[in-house]
Design a protein around this ligand. Structure first.
Ligand SMILES: C[S@@+](CC[C@H](N)C(=O)[O-])C[C@H]1O[C@@H](n2cnc3c(N)ncnc32)[C@H](O)[C@@H]1O
Length: 254
């Protein structure tokens, strides 16, 4: 990302590691363990998702600083998270003077029950919508009229002709076509990324995807006819995303 020119992309959708694969070992610098913050989110136990809080802070400052530089003031930055990381991401955005536009609650009505019976069933994730412009003259794009007209099957929170709220009722299940090339442990449903782009992108926008995983956000951009650039560290997921993208035909319906 350091090689990309300033103001060269319009939208970023960042689905970073949430830093939950810690086996209940939470600490600022890895020297002491603070138990009890993991719940049953620890199931991925992936190396890319396990940092001390200090490392996670440095990591978040690094990629959010790059997005601040690369994303145009007329565009948007979207960041996914849960309570594990989103408070820290929110703090870093504010620290770097990137204004948050909305906090969206993605309500997952079909979430798995909590097997231990010791916690409430986690049934939502958070998505922050931010922009890189000044808070004095906000220039980010919001397809307000289009968002009002949008409806989604089964989403009783969004009625046609009504303003879109900050709670999105989108089941976490993926279509067969989203899984046919392999699975990623934190794969997002395509519907979430498409909604993000449909409300904030313009035709010909360029989309930056810092953490591609299985390529969901890439497919969403492709389906809307938007150019994109994505990064993925893990060769296995990189190949999965490539298989998905190679078999996908752009629909160009934006
Ligand atoms: C939460 S997942 C993204 C999942 C994606 N939204 C999807 O639907 O498949 C985060 C991804 O970021 C990748 N990753 C972690 N650190 C990275 C880095 N520094 N650069 C690029 N990719 C990275 C991980 O390998 C992982 O696949």
């Amino acid at each position: 990302m350091q090689q990309l020119p300033d103001n060269s992309f319009d939208i970023a959708i960042a689905d970073p590691p949430y830093n939950v694969s810690k086996g209940n070992k939470w600490s600022w610098d890895s020297s002491a363990n603070v138990p009890g913050f993991g719940g049953n989110w620890t199931k991925f136990m992936a190396q890319w998702d396990d940092m001390s809080l200090g490392q996670y802070m440095d990591f978040s400052i690094a990629w959010i600083s790059q997005l601040k530089r690369i994303i145009k003031p007329t565009g948007s930055i979207w960041v996914h998270g849960t309570y594990h990381n989103i408070g820290l991401v929110n703090f870093v955005l504010q620290m770097l003077e990137v204004e948050i536009i909305n906090e969206v609650i993605w309500y997952k009505r079909n979430s798995f029950p909590n097997l231990s019976g010791r916690r409430l069933t986690a049934s939502h994730e958070t998505i922050l919508w931010a922009h890189t412009g000044s808070s004095k003259s906000r220039k980010y794009n919001f397809n307000y009229e289009k968002s009002k007209e949008m409806t989604f099957p089964g989403d009783m929170m969004k009625l046609e002709g009504k303003q879109m709220r900050t709670v999105w009722d989108i089941p976490n299940n993926k279509l067969k076509s989203e899984l046919e090339h392999g699975k990623h442990p934190t794969q997002k449903p395509l519907r979430v990324s498409k909604r993000i782009l449909e409300i904030s992108a313009k035709s010909n926008d360029k989309v930056l995807i810092p953490f591609a995983g299985s390529g969901t956000e890439c497919i969403a951009a492709m389906e809307l006819g938007l150019e994109f650039l994505a990064y993925e560290n893990d060769p296995e997921y990189f190949e999965l995303a490539q298989r998905r993208l190679n078999s996908h035909q752009p629909i160009l319906n934006f």
